[in-house]
Design a binder for this molecule. Structure first.
Ligand code: HEM
Ligand code: HEM
Length: 471
């Protein structure tokens, strides 16, 4: 009797594991398709700076393609990939099966329907205006909101039924991020905030919280799970992780006005945003120190593990990009950098150098554990080096070019002079962008191998990182 109960239990566990692996793989695969599409559009945009008339018809104009690129990278690529991983981490770290497999699939369909409908609408010229990262017509944003609510419900349901004592750190970050984003998405849709100065204020609030309270906590959640997993050692300090979580939650929501310095927004609101942009150094440095100290003394492991290298670049991207953001918020530096390509460099240092590398590190570390299939070392190497070198060229060229552009404006030179001065830097951005795009093709191949390829000889077994020891 006992044997049959044990057999029944193990077959249930196997079934749950298979369902989880399929969900994780499906989120990763669809996200990868969005990455290829969105960054293909990014390349086209980059070359349009040299050949603005390239591409016939209204549907290939810069004005339509730019929001397609930003929304598809945000909501197609990064959001879907991060949610797929959040499910995996919630399930494994809570040592329980997912609250609802069906809800996870429904969420995936809703995310993809929203991204597809949003892309088509933007290309047909239906755009909700000049509000960055929320250009999709509002009914489509409601579909995205529905996907968020489903995800929040499912993640909370899973963690609430955990068989471990505490809530693992990663889940604080992911659940906090999803709940906060539901609030942001609702605020961004309320009609009475959509005009006048209120609109400007809400726009800053939305823009910055989309990156700071959605992508940032979900990406940090991956670090907290994947790092101990890869290094087989607990995270350096659980307490520091909790401190970074709460300070992030308190400081981030009030810094959105730094996007609109020198605007008619109240001066005190702008100053508050600057002060808290400096306060952000607490969670950023605290969190980064926690990750780097977890890796201390393990240089050999780093050199032998591409997943770890991706994560290391992600941590450096977070530390450097966010610290750069604090400096960008000072009025004296905004005078030079605002509206220049320097900001585009910052966007890619953070959304690419931090968030996208974090996702890649997480996918390479965790997807093989779920599917039992691995990608080859050559594929990992090509992906890593092309992405690192490409994004380095991208960010450095725009940072230098953007600074020259800003100084030209500040010195009162004719506008066309700043365009001429940027020319070489645009070409370099195109070169860096092309390398990045090539690396995405290799990534897609690696994902294919990790999902549909041959099973690895000895499939690794996933266990909870030994984090409680440091709690
Ligand atoms: C935590 C510290 C950070 C601070 C203080 C900060 C500060 C800033 C500032 C001042 C700007 C406006 C630049 C301008 O308009 O001239 C900006 C833009 C931006 N930041 Fe950050 N940043 C931080 C972290 C991040 C992170 C972690 C991400 C991504 C995950 C990010 C993504 C962006 C993006 C996408 C923009 C462009 C927004 C636009 O389209 O105007 N930032 N940031
Ligand atoms: C092959 C890789 C990529 C290329 C070539 C590329 C290219 C571009 C170009 C040309 C722009 C328009 C800049 C402008 O208006 O002056 C842009 C904007 C932007 N891209 Fe990308 N991109 C790539 C990857 C990504 C990824 C993966 C993400 C996010 C995960 C991303 C997020 C953004 C954001 C947030 C902006 C708006 C920047 C701002 O307003 O400051 N990009 N990109």
């Amino acid at each position: 009797m006992q044997t049959s109960v044990a057999a029944h239990h193990s077959s249930l566990v196997e079934k749950d594991d298979r369902a989880l692996a399929s969900i994780f793989a499906a989120y990763t695969v669809t996200a990868t398709v969005w990455l290829l599409f969105a960054t293909g559009v990014g390349i086209l945009l980059a070359y349009k700076f040299g050949a603005p008339d390239f591409g016939p018809g209204a549907w290939l104009t810069f004005g339509r393609l730019r929001p397609i690129h930003t929304n598809a990278t945000f909501y197609g690529w990064a959001s879907i990939a991060l949610v797929g991983m959040a499910y995996y981490v919630a399930d494994r770290s809570s040592r329980i099966s997912l609250y609802s497999v069906k809800l996870a699939w429904i969420g995936l369909v809703l995310f993809n329907v929203a991204a597809l409908a949003g892309t088509v609408a933007l290309d047909l010229g239906y755009n909700d205006g000049n509000l960055e990262y929320r250009e999709w017509p509002w009914p489509i944003r409601l579909v995205f909101l529905a996907a968020l609510v489903v995800t929040a419900w499912n993640l909370i349901g899973t963690v609430a039924r955990r068989s471990t004592d505490g809530i693992y750190l990663s889940n604080w970050y992911t659940i906090g991020g999803v709940l906060w984003t539901c609030i942001i998405a609702v605020v961004a849709i309320l009609p009475w905030y959509q005009y006048g100065l209120g609109q400007v204020s809400v726009s800053g609030y939305y823009m910055h919280n989309a990156v700071g309270m959605w992508f940032t906590p979900l990406a940090l959640g991956i670090f907290y799970y994947a790092l101990p997993r890869l290094l087989s050692r607990p995270i350096y300090s659980y307490a520091l992780g909790v401190l970074a979580f709460w300070t992030n939650l308190v400081f981030y929501p009030i810094i959105g006005a730094h996007h609109f310095l020198f605007s008619p927004l109240p001066w005190w609101l702008q100053t508050t945003a600057i002060v808290f942009s400096v306060a952000m150094l607490v969670p950023v440095w605290g969190g980064s120190a926690n990750f780097l100290l977890t890796m201390r003394g393990r240089v050999r492991d780093l050199a032998h593990s591409y997943p770890l290298m991706f994560i290391l670049v992600g941590v450096i991207g977070y530390l450097v990009g966010s610290t750069q953001g604090t400096f960008e918020a000072f009025r004296s530096l905004q005078e030079v950098w605002h509206l220049t390509n320097f900001t585009v460099g910052h966007s890619h240092l953070t959304m690419y150098g931090f968030v996208t590398f974090a996702i890649w590190g997480g996918v390479y570390a965790l997807l093989p554990l779920a599917t039992g299939k691995e990608s080859g070392r050559l594929g990992l190497m090509l992906h890593f080096w092309m992405a690192v070198v490409g994004s380095f060229i991208y960010v450095i060229s725009l940072s230098i070019g953007g600074t020259i552009q800003g100084l030209d404006w500040k010195n009162g030179l004719p506008f066309i002079q700043s365009v001429v001065d940027m020319q070489a830097y645009y070409v370099w951005r195109g070169v860096g962008g092309s390398l990045m795009f090539l690396s995405h093709i290799v990534f897609a191949w690696n994902v294919w191998r990790m999902t549909y390829g041959r099973a690895a000889q000895a499939a690794p077994i996933d266990t909870l990182p030994a984090v409680e020891a440091a709690a």
